[in-house]
Write a protein that binds this ligand. Structure first.
Ligand code: HSE
Length: 291
């Protein structure tokens, strides 16, 4: 008997909440897992061609770590994965694979590990809790991580909140987008971000969409990462004048994310602004409306 899980994509940071805030998105991957005579993989989706189909596959290795933690042995697995989440674009594809593998493997053996344990294991693999927390718990999450233990609170997204992503047609590795960040920051920049991440969390928790514009600004990572995504600086500066509640780089990029009031009559205008601004830099992008 096998199991099947559906895991959401996620966006990390939401601007000021670097390595702290995350939000699950209505874009999904599915993983099926069952005991087998010998290990075999079925990977579907444009993005998955290059992934290994042997026991070096991340999903297999993560599943084995669950079995080891629980003290059971399921050495051979039939694993199927289908994903609509583009790889290496800042939409949490690796987090969704890790969370899906942990959750499916745990389910397969009767769920001996609780969600907190799965969250710790997922964060250890990802090194930051924002994407995995959102994929595991759904909704908007605010998370902390001390290197071995993660804690998170889920916030229900405001009913009128909609998300527009513009996904550029190039990949950007998280490691490259982290290496470009300074090791030390000014106290004034730290205060700038702490205040905005706090305001954004409170605004989202209380449905105050009007506060997002002031809250969704950042000085810890986006100014440095702007060099890696042509057009990004202008989008972050001007999208609120073109119909967005606020904008951010999605995770480590290159996807750009706009929060939008679903009642707005400027949704099409915003989409055209994003595509035009990227287009002027020679970048083709695909937009998707999500929740
Ligand atoms: N918070 C992480 C970062 C997310 O911005 O580097 C990357 O997946």
């Amino acid at each position: 008997r096998g199991v099947r899980v559906r895991i959401p994509a996620s966006t990390a940071n939401l601007g000021p909440g670097f390595d702290t805030l995350g939000m699950a998105l209505t874009l999904y991957a599915w993983i099926e897992m069952k005991p087998a005579e010998s290990t075999v993989f079925h990977l579907y989706g444009d993005n998955l061609d290059g992934l290994p189909k042997d026991k070096s596959n991340l999903i297999y290795k993560v599943a084995q770590s669950v079995f080891k933690e629980a003290g059971v042995s399921v050495p051979e697995l039939e694993i199927s994965m289908y994903s609509d989440i583009p790889l290496t674009r800042g939409l949490g594809s690796s987090a969704s694979a890790i969370v899906g593998a942990l959750y499916a493997a745990n389910l397969l053996i009767g769920s001996p590990l609780d969600e907190h344990k799965l969250f710790d294991m997922a964060t250890t693999l990802e090194n930051h809790p924002d994407n995995v927390g959102a994929s595991l718990f759904g909704g908007i999450i605010t998370a902390v991580w001390d290197g071995s233990h993660a804690a998170a609170l889920r916030i229900e997204p405001p009913a009128d909140l909609e998300v527009l992503v513009a996904i550029p047609d190039f990949q950007l590795s998280t490691s490259k987008a982290r290496e470009i960040l300074p090791r030390q920051v000014e106290l004034s920049d730290a205060v700038y971000n702490v205040s905005r991440a706090s305001l954004l969390t409170a605004a989202l928790a209380s449905g105050r969409l009007d506060l997002i514009k002031d809250a969704m600004r950042d000085r810890l990572h986006q100014p440095y990462r702007a060099a890696l995504v042509p057009g990004m600086a202008r989008i972050l500066d001007e999208a609120t004048a073109n119909g967005a509640l606020g904008t951010a780089l999605s995770g480590a990029g290159p996807t750009l994310l706009a929060l939008v009031d679903r009642r707005s009559n400027r949704r099409e205008e915003l989409k055209q602004f994003l595509l035009k601004t990227l287009g002027q830099e020679g970048i083709t992008a695909k937009t998707i409306w999500l929740k």
